[in-house]
Design a protein around this ligand. Sequence first.
Ligand code: COA
Length: 236
Amino acid sequence: MTAGPRNVAREMLPHFARLSVLRDVTPSTYAGRAVARRRRQRHIVPMQNVLLPPVTLRRLRRSEMSLFEAHLLRLDADCRRLRFGQAVRDEFLRAYARRKPERGTIIEGAFVDGVLRGVAELRPMALGSRAAEAAVSVEPAFRRRGIGRQLMERLTLRARNHGIRTVVLICLPENVAMRRLAASLGGTVSFAPGEVTYTIPEPAPTVFSLARETMADLSDRLTRLDRWGGPAGRHA
Ligand SMILES: CC(C)(COP(=O)(O)OP(=O)(O)OC[C@H]1O[C@@H](n2cnc3c(N)ncnc32)[C@H](O)[C@@H]1OP(=O)(O)O)[C@@H](O)C(=O)NCCC(=O)NCCS
């Protein structure tokens, strides 16, 4: 096959992108939002996603907490406040990433070009509890590309398959991004002074939800094997 400009462009694009839909919609009206939703349902990828290298989601291993620490340290002051509910210093973040995780903790990572750019955490409320608290962070330069949603969807799938029946998300009232994301996951909302809590009910696992998790893990492994020779999880 000849390496014409069309073939080169096709090679460079992620396999799921469609060349015919590079025009984006500004969803400022109900009609605009409906169009944007229909496009997403047809797997149409906005321009900024086409330019982003593929995102790999996978569970972080205990030995990879230094990557988690580096990700947290890259968050700016505002992002740290939104994530932890208050201003936090570097020492706090180092200790947070290095602490021994409680039993049942799941930490899911989103890697872009081999670097950890987003993390979703699930921590059981108490030992053996069927309720767990979730938290998510995506580095500012990588936001609005669906990483936060993918991380939360993967995390809630894992929660469901691990016997968790309720996922709780707590955020500051001014955190519009997180509130919209939580609401879109089916969370019911309750208010307390200074915080908003979303409770996301998880149904019991089925053979299909277990198969989805297994297939997602397998696909991540195959993606990493496919890029053999490149860094699987390096520091920025
Ligand atoms: C909240 C956060 C994780 C979202 O990550 P993200 O990768 O940008 O999210 P996505 O691109 O997957 O967006 C998912 C949905 O969230 C909502 N959203 C995300 N960013 C938004 C913003 N700036 N304004 C309004 N809604 C926003 C939208 O509903 C979006 O869906 P849409 O793109 O179809 O409209 C990210 O903004 C972040 O890390 N914030 C700081 C940390 C934090 O607040 N953590 C929550 C406390 S636990």
